[in-house]
Design a protein around this ligand. Sequence first.
Ligand code: DGY
Length: 329
Amino acid sequence: MSEPNLKIAVARRIFPALIDELRRRYDVRDNQDDASLTAPALAARLADADGALITAGERIDAALLAVAPRLKVVANIGVGYNNIDLAACTAAGVLVTNTPDVLNEATADHAWALLLAAARRVTESERWLRAGHWQRWTFEMFMGADLHGATLGILGMGRIGRAIARRAQGFAMRVVYHNRSPLPAEQAGGATWVTKDELLRSADHLIVVVPYSAATHHAIGAAELTLTKPTAVLVNIARGGVVDDDALAAALRAGRLAAAGLDVFEGEPIVRPALLELDNVALTPHIASSTRATREAMARLAMRNLEAALAGERPPSLLNPEVWDNRRR
Ligand code: DGY
């Protein structure tokens, strides 16, 4: 159905062919130059919008909602939505959606890429090689940590955590995990629930996958990093702020951890110099779900959510269903 009177604001450059599909039905204002939108620029863009397609880089809060009176739906292209004040959206009658599931496998693959890179010193040794240091081969060069047969700890055994755990079977790893409560056996897939302290103590390597919230802020901080094994690799693919990056850098410097693999950072895109200076950290710029197929699936799901909401249908991944009866129309 064509709704040329409905205005859609697209906050970032997103596959032009997909946005053209939207344009056939709605009045679309896109951002194909991918200009960074400051908070006032985003507010100006949303001022007369009925729907918004946004990413983790855009913050939606009460102040913005107050100057976007027509906004009915915020479709986040991403599963994490700590960039959105959900309570403020609910109070304002604005539907919020995200893109779960379609990115589970790509994100799990990337967690493994970082775990392998950090444990086997892939990025560190590559930097050394490129810098021209390889004059002769030595028997003990760049000895890393074993993954096969080791115990993998997963903090946050949700859909992505479980996809990570499935891959551990191929490495003959024992998997322990911590969630608020244990999963039913059929979901745990052979992984064992342990307390958080036990997880930190027993994991040979630890992957952090919990969503960011006030409750998970610095879930891995200085105190937790006294419990981890000095031979352990820590991987964060969750969100910046779940790990205390200053405490992590200090622990790595002090040898309280062997290495880290990080895709997300507190205050990104700025990365703590203390982390950049360390050789034993593999770093990627928040790309865990970034494969072409997955990014496309995320964009398509976000568009489906947006279009359903504007057509008066319940979007497939609605985050605040309680707002449905009182939603802005
Ligand atoms: C997600 O889906 O939450 C990714 O981190 C991209 O924002």
